[in-house]
Design a protein around this ligand. Sequence first.
Ligand SMILES: [Zn+2]
Length: 226
Amino acid sequence: MDRRLPLVLLVLSLLALLVSCGAPATESPAAAAPPPPPVPSKYVVLTFDDGPDPKYTPQILDILETYDAKATFFALGREVAANPELTLDAHERGHSVQNHTWSHPDLRKLSAASFKSQVEKTDRSIREQTDSTPNCLRPPYGAVNSLVTQRAAALGKKLMTWTVDSRDWTRPGQAAIVRRVLAEVRSGSVILFHDGGGDRRQTLAALPTILKTLKDRGYGFRPACG
Ligand SMILES: [Zn+2]
């Protein structure tokens, strides 16, 4: 009997070990991982072109922050060079800053060398602020043909236009901008606004209603091209 005792003890120890392994781990509530934030299944992509603008871009950044909305800024290289701190600010607040050429030409009408220069100079000016190279190019006026597509691809750029034009650039009045966007929006929409290139007071006035209504309808706001 004495010689079997160590074996019995060993079996008992193993059983105890198995039971302890199978027991649920005790966790204090504080140690539990927080649940992941809900990802809205509906979303829109807010885009702002032709900036950064010293008058309007800071106000737009503040409105976006109020509604916890991340956007994509298609910046002109020459405006980034003139207002570098605004591009840095947009980037640091979690927005995407992408390429809208240096000086807003119709890309269909450029030589190969001018096309390359318009894109690469803008990349450089954005990269100096954000430390990253834009993945997307928005052609001014949405003007695209097969040559523009080929040349953009050769520079590693994805062309990105829009699906909902707020037509804020025609300055139709704040109510008309709100109405148009809310009538045309659906999940996945890429909405075109402008933070630069002229008087954008109507865009500023329309944005809070648009963002609040979209949030109430369950939309999230996703930056693009990140
Ligand atoms: Zn533009």
